[in-house]
Design a protein around this ligand. Structure first.
Ligand code: S3P
Length: 174
């Protein structure tokens, strides 16, 4: 990937595959892969779960905002964004100014299956995660749908989704 190649931001709900797909996409494009949660954890010296527990969600959202505004290179990156990052007011517009925004989608059932075992996501550490997923999806989907590119992932291989994203981004870069 050349220096001036636009960043690609992967957004979408927890468990839709942003990290796995982003890693593969970055590899194929010879770009650098960054995960916003990991970048924030490194900067804070705490896990996402610890930030939520010790300082609350608002502080974590502030970390996300700083990551977008000043915390990552302006080009040559594939960035997997935490599920709530693009949902904060004004953030999607900022991402679109900085690069191509690709939204990944999966069904409630797939999301539930993929997130069930991982206890590192504070928003889903609740008595009824299915209900929480449904409510958050309802609230967030209209925002996710405003991305430059929307991709359904259910029943598709990582490779299939990556090729889809590559074609869509090539068309946007040309
Ligand atoms: C969140 C998603 C998580 C992480 C945090 C909050 C959200 O990232 O940023 O737990 O609000 O959807 P992933 O989407 O990578 O799981």
């Amino acid at each position: 990937m050349q220096e001036a190649t636009k960043n690609i931001y992967l957004i979408g709900f927890m468990g839709v595959g942003k990290s796995a797909i982003g890693r593969r996409l970055a590899h194929e494009l010879d770009a650098q892969f960054t995960d916003s949660d990991q970048a924030i954890e490194q900067q804070a010296g705490l896990t996402v779960k610890q930030i939520f527990e010790q300082s609350g969600e608002a502080t974590f959202r502030e970390y996300e905002r700083r990551f977008v505004e000043t915390g990552h290179p302006a080009s040559g990156q594939v960035i997997a964004c935490g599920g709530g990052l693009a949902v904060q007011p004004g953030m999607l517009a900022q991402l679109k100014q900085r690069g191509i925004v690709v939204s990944l989608f999966a069904s409630e059932a797939t999301i539930l299956k993929r997130t069930r075992k991982n206890k590192q996501r504070p928003l889903l550490n609740v008595e009824n995660p299915a209900e929480k997923i449904r409510a958050l999806l309802q609230e967030r989907s209209p925002i996710y749908m405003q991305a430059n590119v929307c991709v359904a992932t259910d029943g598709r291989s990582i490779n299939d989704v990556v090729q889809h994203i590559k074609r869509a981004c090539e068309a946007m870069n040309s």
